[in-house]
Design a protein around this ligand. Structure first.
Ligand code: GUN
Length: 281
């Protein structure tokens, strides 16, 4: 029987656990606080930011939204980040990406104090993850690990193939699976014989950004398939990088889209915010 991995339920479980932790922090006069900065009004970013605010409310985290105009300069944004870096009552700083073209994203990410980098995008956070030190971990790959663990899916010693090598998902995902003692292969757009490699995977994690690309020819019988993609198909319905209907008869477990990996990203952002606040205890 195939297991449909319910990311909505697991994300709610995590947020409920965090709620309890926030109550305890507040008893010690620590109110976790996340600042979310949006520059311009990209419609997708507006939805993401709104969902982050809602999750903060649910968990009991204070959220402060900075909605800055498209014309905001790099210097103005840097000044705001520096101010927030220095504020004792602010535990997390998140700059919603993408930023307008005239702003250097890399410099902005570097400006955020690693202690408040709840997105886990700062080079120091990435470096810490790669050498096994404590630090913030990019939320989507951290969410995938939670899904696997909470469904009791063993990782140690398993063949894990990751399709996609982005800084936000593929690369940190590889580091996390290594940390869990999987044997890890990372594939990308230049990989030759992709189906041959993905068919070796006990755990196949797909973050390639191509709608319904992964069909049953890419999947080993009994594999666990984690789909990080999210797209709208020709009927305006959400779908992932995996052709769910095609592979469903072949897998042992799979994340649906929507309701799989998606809700986990925000849950792990909340987790990072609570961890940031705890370090003030
Ligand atoms: N844009 C799309 N996803 C994300 C995210 O997880 N964090 C930030 N900062 N920007 C994003």
């Amino acid at each position: 029987m195939v297991t449909i991995i319910d990311g909505k339920k697991i994300s709610t479980d995590i947020k409920d656990e965090l709620k309890e932790q926030v109550i305890k922090l507040k008893e010690k006069n620590i109110e976790p606080c996340l600042c979310v900065i949006q520059v311009g009004n990209d419609p997708a970013s507006t939805i993401y930011v709104r969902n982050k605010k809602k999750a903060c409310e649910y968990v009991g985290i204070k959220s402060i939204a900075y909605e800055l105009g498209e014309e905001t300069t790099q210097e103005q944004l840097m000044d705001l980040i520096n101010e927030l870096n220095n504020r004792k009552d602010v535990h997390g700083i998140l700059v919603q990406l993408p930023l307008p073209g005239h702003i250097d994203e890399e410099k902005i990410i570097r400006a955020i104090s690693p202690e408040k980098d709840v997105d886990g995008f700062h080079p120091e956070s990435v470096g810490r993850l790669s050498i096994g030190q404590k630090g913030f971990i990019s939320c989507t790959p951290a969410g995938v690990i939670q899904l696997l663990k909470r469904y009791g899916i063993e990782i140690e010693g398993k063949e894990c193939v990751i399709v996609g090598r982005s800084n936000i998902v593929g690369k940190p995902m590889a580091m996390l699976m290594l940390r869990e003692n999987a044997t890890v292969t990372v594939c990308h757009s230049r990989t030759r014989n992709l189906p041959e490699i993905t068919s070796r995977a006990d755990i196949l994690i797909v973050a390639m950004g191509k709608p319904r690309f992964i069909t049953k020819e890419y999947v080993k019988p009994g594999a666990v398939v984690i789909d990080v993609g999210i797209h709208r198909n020709e009927n305006n319905k959400l779908c992932g990088d995996v052709d769910y209907d095609d592979v469903i008869g072949k897998v042992s477990a799979i994340t649906p889209v929507p309701g799989g990996v998606g809700p986990m990203t925000i849950a792990m952002l909340m987790y990072n915010c609570v961890e940031a606040a705890k370090s003030c205890e």
